[in-house]
Design a protein around this ligand. Structure first.
Ligand code: ZN
Length: 274
C-alpha cells in the first residue's frame, strides 16, 4: 500500500503534466460509481467540470488537486495507480475512473483491488479534521513527539499507524523507524524514554526523506509515472527481511503480528519493555 513517500512520488510525477489543465469530465467505468466517495457521478462532474488544476500537493496519503474552487482528492489505497497512457495489458475493467482534460489528455485511475477513491471537497478542513501532523512539516518537532507519546498508553506501532496522530506513515515506514530507534513495536508509548523518542523522531524524518529521494518502495504493486518503480526496497533494514539478518547485530529478523499487521523486527535490538 502506498505510504507517504510513494504518494509524494506520484504527486511529483503528475504535477508537471496536469497543472494548468482544465477538467472536461470525470468518467467512471464498470458501473462503479462508488469510486467517487463524496458525490454521484453527475454531481461530481457538476463540481469539477470547467475547473483548472492550480496545484498538486499531498496531505497524508491523499493526493490533493487544488482547483479554482475546492479540491479533488485521490486516495490510492491498496493498488491505485495514476496513468496517462494505457498499456497493452491494462484491462479497462481495472480503470475505475478517468479524469478527461479539455486538451485531450486523460488521467486514468487504475485500481485492481478497487479500494481507491476520488473526493470533491470545498475546503481542506475535510482532511485536516481526519489527519494528524505531517511528519515532514516544521510542526513535527522532537518536543511534539515527546509530548504525544508521553500522553498515550497505546502501543507504539498502532499509534504511529494512526493517521489522526501522524499522517502518512504505514506498515513499512513504521517498522523501519522502530528498528532504527531500537523500539519494540508493542512498547507502551508513555514508557519510551526521551532519548529513544528523539532517535525515533529523527529516524522517521530521515527514512521518509531517503525513500522520497529514491521514489519510494516498490514491493509488489507500487508504480508511478507510466510504469516506473521506486528503489527504496533495497535500503530496507527490517521490513520484508524475514530470514535475513539484522544489519546492526547479525541476529535473524523475525516476523510477528502487531496491530493486526505483519511486523518485522530484530529480537535482539528491539527487546520488549513492559
Ligand atoms: Zn539487531
Amino acid at each position: 500500500m502506498p505510504e507517504l513517500p510513494e504518494v509524494e512520488t506520484v504527486v511529483r510525477s503528475i504535477r508537471p503534466i496536469i497543472v494548468g489543465q482544465e477538467i472536461a469530465a470525470i468518467k467512471t467505468t464498470e458501473n462503479y460509481p462508488r469510486v467517487l466517495e463524496t458525490h454521484t457521478p453527475l454531481q461530481f462532474n457538476k463540481q469539477v467540470v470547467g475547473q483548472t488544476i492550480k496545484a498538486v500537493n499531498r496531505r497524508g496519503k491523499y493526493i490533493v488537486l487544488q482547483l479554482e474552487n475546492g479540491f479533488l482528492l485521490i486516495h490510492l489505497r491498496m493498488t491505485g495507480r495514476l496513468l496517462t497512457k494505457l498499456g497493452k495489458n491494462d484491462k479497462l475493467k481495472h480503470i475505475t475512473a478517468t479524469v478527461v482534460f479539455k486538451d485531450g489528455l486523460n488521467l486514468y485511475f487504475k485500481d485492481y483491488r478497487k479500494f481507491g477513491r476520488l473526493y470533491y471537497v470545498d475546503s481542506l478542513d475535510y482532511l485536516n479534521q481526519r489527519l494528524g501532523i505531517e511528519p515532514l512539516s516544521d510542526e513535527f518537532t522532537r518536543r511534539w513527539l515527546i509530548n504525544g507519546l508521553a500522553a498515550s498508553k497505546r502501543q507504539i506501532k498502532p499509534i504511529l499507524l494512526d493517521q489522526s496522530f501522524i499522517a502518512g506513515l504505514g506498515n513499512i515506514y513504521v517498522d523501519e523507524s522502530l528498528w532504527a530507534a531500537k523500539i519494540h513495536p508493542e512498547t507502551t508509548s508513555s514508557n519510551i524514554s526521551r532519548n529513544k523518542t528523539i532517535v525515533l523522531h529523527d529516524a522517521i524524518q530521515l527514512i521518509l526523506k531517503r525513500s522520497i529521494a529514491k521514489n519510494g518502495t516498490t514491493i509488489i504493486n507500487f508504480q508511478f509515472g507510466d510504469g516506473a518503480t521506486g528503489e527504496f526496497a533495497k535500503d530496507l533494514q527490517a521490513f520484508g527481511r524475514l530470514g535475513q539478518t539484522c544489519p546492526r547485530c547479525n541476529t535473524g529478523i523475525i516476523k510477528t503480528r502487531v496491530a493486526q499487521r505483519g511486523t518485522y523486527l530484530c529480537p535482539r535490538c528491539q527487546k520488549p519493555v513492559k
